[in-house]
Design a protein around this ligand. Sequence first.
Ligand code: ACO
Length: 325
Amino acid sequence: MTQFASIAGTGSYLPAQVLTNHDLAQQVDTSDEWIRTRTGIVQRHIAAEGETTCDLAEQAACRALQAAGRSAADIDLILVATTTADQIFPSTACLLQQRLGSYGCAAFDLQAACSGFIYALSVADKFIRSGSHQSVLVVGADTFSRVIDWQDRATCVLFGDGAGAVILQASSEPGVRDVRLHADGRYAELLQVPGGISQGIHLPDYAGPVGTTQMKGNEVFKLAVTTLQAMVGDILAANGLQQSDIDWFVPHQANIRIIQAIAKRLQLPMAQVVTTIAQHGNTSAASIPLALDTAVRDGRIQRGQNLLFEAFGGGFAWGSALLTY
Ligand code: ACO
């Protein structure tokens, strides 16, 4: 009998400190009006000094475990999608395991920038479908504020910190119906944090800033819209579904104009789109599970409803998922 991966519980966490558009306008040449109209963002949450990705992940994971009625001992795989790991190693997943006390189970990190959560969801789904694992904790967590140049108005207004988590449980009913992953490394330079461990932070052939996010925003925007519009159509067609079969569209929260363009392609009213970007900006791997948890907790998303996820980000790496909650 096929074993599906079904969402048993969700959780999320945003750090306490809030940075509004008005605060940012005191620091760089921007305005609340520009940021709202171009991105839909009103504020973002910023991790306190010393507060790490694992700290955020732990809060989100505990809330997801509680919502699922599970304890850490029930978990047999921990996956953390992050671009901003606490340390070079051990993985944030192993650090999280230490906090939760679920010793002995498999734990590893996965990096696919803003698409990290969908990539991790796909891996968890395959572990469960294979029958090798029964209860998987999937976390998307990032402290993107740590890889931002706070003097660069083109990027600093876009990002924030946060974490979201789901518990996926083996079930005879879906669950995750389909996950589609894509990447095209030819676009690496359009969205990147140059420098790193192996290249080093001194790059002789690169004159630009290292260690902070560099983005050709306009080109990323156009490619994100065309790629995502095609992808959502493909995943529905491949599963024999119509737009009208989708109850909730839960997109990566990068820019409200990208989200509106995909919703238009799907002919979905914005009332069926979960948008949390105004409250926390782009939280990278955390953004889909944060939006999902918000709509589950406020009662919009109900058991038995069909959900569509999509994400696009650095790599480029992108993906989509169809689920029944
Ligand atoms: N405040 C005021 N003006 C600004 C700001 C700002 N914060 N930032 C840029 N501008 C100016 C520019 O300098 C430019 O001025 P000019 O016309 O005098 O040259 C003007 O505004 C327009 O700039 P554009 O870059 O063309 O603005 P655009 O409408 O494209 O919006 C944005 C920029 C919001 C970055 C958009 O391109 C975007 O959202 N891109 C995609 C981001 C994304 O999805 N990333 C993927 C996920 S992230 C990840 O994976 C890590």
